[in-house]
Design a protein around this ligand. Sequence first.
Ligand code: UGA
Length: 447
Amino acid sequence: MKISIVGTGYVGLVTGACLASRGHQVSCVDIDQAKIDNLKRGEIPIFEPGLNEVVKEGINRGALTFTTSAKDSVANAQVVFLAVGTPPAEDGSADLKYVFQAVEDISPHLPNECVVVSKSTVPVGTNRKISEKFKLESEKTVFVASNPEFLREGKAIDDFMNPDRIVLGVDEPKAGLILKEVYKDFDCPIVETSIESAEMIKYASNAFLATKISFINEIANICEGVDANVKDVSKGMGLDPRIGEAFLSAGIGYGGSCFPKDVRALDQIAGLNGYDFKLLKSVIQVNNDQRWRFYKKIEGTLNPPHFPASPAGRQGGAGGGCRSFEGKKIAVLGLAFKAGTDDIRESIGIDFALKLIEDGSQVSVYDPQAMDNAREVLDGVEFCNSIEEAVDGSDAIVITTEWQEFRDFDFSKIADRLKQKNIFDGRNLSDPDCMQSLGIKYFGVGL
Ligand code: UGA
């Protein structure tokens, strides 16, 4: 089938490349000329395992092309996927300016009976508005549909090729048939719903996963008080298939470009519809508090409250005074918001590095993939090429991302090079007993 993808960001590029690999003829369009020029040469702007290969393979077969011309891209398309960004606006709602701009750009060029499908996460009701806009602006019949994506960064290719489900929100049976043809080679259940239900499925799925994370993080906080171990608790809970073990890893909270934005947007959607989504508000609050609770643990350990206040009025201790890390060197391991990506949006590692600098610490940082992106937002930190280099001479190591490299690292190699032997493991990656045997004080979450 002839398919156009509007927007070559993360979702658009993965969707385009994967559909090309499944036998479709795909044209990707973006307004960013430099990006399109790079993509034509097979240069991928993001780090996503496997994406490079799928894109190159599509280009070489002539099944995947790139253009800046909306007209050229959509003129013969049977299906057009909208995959432009919906960044959060000031009030937490999704900013839809790129979506409606894309609709305007493609509107005059769409062929009759083309299906325009939203991949972008948009508030419930948006596709209905898009449909109305087409009715006003185009003389052709344009079917609008919602087909939310459930791609995880770092695993996007596998998620796309082997989905758990494909959700198709359609109003017209004909649009449903065309979209089923797009996905005919995918072996998974297809959930065909109204457009509004499909839009809601996306928000509800992300909100539920975020709720699981905040739930286990609260359990972890209680575990610390009652001397229980949250890793064991998660395991014991997760084996119940009604609960499931996924997304029960306690830590310093969720970040990234999706959960924080989508959870806030759903709360906003609820409010606009006269409903106070109390549970979701708590999920957000717990997530915001979780990282700073951990930060205070670091502060309280390196600068305990019983230290006498300095004549300059410094109170010291957890949350007590400003510049509470004066004279300390802290190594932050992990700047990507999660493992498997170079994405630093809503990254807790970045937030910690910034706050540590503000609080007077010397900060060294290391991440296996996100160093280039981090350089653009971090000033005054030491960027290191390895774990060894980052932790050298530090008063504390703070692990903020669940990279396998950190999990596998042999800390006995560096134990003697630490100024103070403290590890604050915000992702519960290391074995506390092993750390103790190296004389390293180990602090996890809920252990
Ligand atoms: C998430 C969803 O998992 C995808 O299904 C969805 O398509 C995507 O958002 C989206 O809306 O586009 P992603 O943001 O890539 O995907 O990352 P996740 O793997 O879901 O992780 C999100 C955050 O939760 C990370 O910061 C991670 O460290 C944290 N997390 C995850 C935990 O703290 N504990 C867990 O047990 C799992």
